[in-house]
Design a protein around this ligand. Structure first.
Ligand code: ASP
Length: 313
């Protein structure tokens, strides 16, 4: 029997309202989600590595203006773009992360370069840029990343004097979110990757959970791979991704129980909102969320594809 391969992706969680989503936008987003999950799966099918599969999947969403990562990232208070990304490979627990970076088309590739080619796990801002330069990364002008929708979002946030990531708190901020992927390859490797522009109108070098190993991203062979999306301030304090892995490791909960416990347990009690994707070493996938939607897709161990948006689907 062939060893299982499997992949799941997300394009962000939040209050996603049917009434606010045009049919055209919905179709465009579903198409990107499907292209993303298929790009990762293709690598798994040709006996590729789980981390490479997550990178391929994430890049498709980073390159789309519809998601808050790479092109289409949200704007900071200073009307700039500062992106965060992280990746973890479950075999030797290798990891790489970057925060506050500008001009890099695919931040997930820079996180991967940190994992593979540096002695470190986490590089930020100017230092990360110098590292990127030394690795031969190209720097793009900010115009490449900025979309009209993000300009309008920032304007409305500024007028209200708030920062935000979802419609739930601030009804005029449409949620088009952070992206992530988890994959299981035919060698039994689990990997997770997450990439984001963070939250609209962020100030003072604010960084969320997405680039933090153990909060936004975690992968451990034989156990689970996790990528999260939501209000980062809560996900950091609950170390959501590693908490889920710990529940499976120590309490022997399965991926479904552990995922639901983490999202609907203390995180929710603290007021945290968002979701996660988790994939275990057998190839079982779980999507958990306490928001009304999360852009998501998967191809499971039987080869079945799903692409969904709303929580009640
Ligand atoms: N978790 C991300 C952050 O706080 C935002 C998101 O998931 O949309 O930066």
């Amino acid at each position: 029997m062939q060893p299982p391969i499997s992949i799941a992706i997300h394009g962000g969680a939040g209050t996603i309202l049917r009434s606010k989503m045009s049919e055209q936008l919905k179709q465009e987003m579903l198409a990107v989600l499907e292209a993303s999950v298929r790009a990762g799966y293709e690598i798994l099918q040709s006996n590729g590595d789980a981390a490479d599969a997550t990178i391929a999947a994430v890049k498709v969403m980073e390159n789309s203006p519809h998601f808050n990562a790479g092109k289409g990232s949200v704007l900071t208070h200073e009307e700039s773009i500062e992106m965060d990304a992280s990746i973890m490979h479950g075999k030797a627990l290798n990891a790489g992360a970057v925060a506050g970076i500008k001009g890099i088309k695919n931040p997930i590739e820079l996180a991967n370069a940190v994992m593979l080619n540096s002695d470190h796990v986490f590089l930020i801002a100017d230092g990360a840029h110098r590292f990127a330069d030394s690795q031969g990364f190209e720097f793009l002008d900010e115009e490449y990343f900025v979309t009209e929708r993000r300009r309008q979002q920032l304007q409305s946030m500024k007028e209200k004097g708030i920062f935000a990531l979802s419609e739930s708190k601030y009804p005029d901020d449409k949620k088009f979110g952070t992206v992530g992927a988890v994959a299981l390859d035919c060698f039994g490797n689990l990997a997770a990757a997450t990439s984001t522009g963070g939250v609209t109108n962020k100030k003072f070098g604010r960084v969320g959970d997405s680039p933090i190993i153990g909060a936004g991203t975690f992968a451990e062979n034989g156990n689970v791979a996790v990528s999260t999306t939501g209000v980062g301030e809560y996900f950091i304090r609950k170390t959501v991704a590693s908490d889920l892995a710990a529940r499976m490791r120590y309490l022997k909960e399965d991926v479904h129980v552990a995922s639901e416990q983490v999202i609907h347990g203390e995180l929710e009690a603290m007021g945290g909102e968002g979701g996660l994707i988790a994939l275990d070493s057998k190839g079982d996938i779980h999507f958990a969320m306490n928001s009304s939607g999360m852009y998501r897709a998967s191809i499971d161990a039987q080869g079945a594809i799903t692409v969904k948006i709303y929580a009640d689907e």
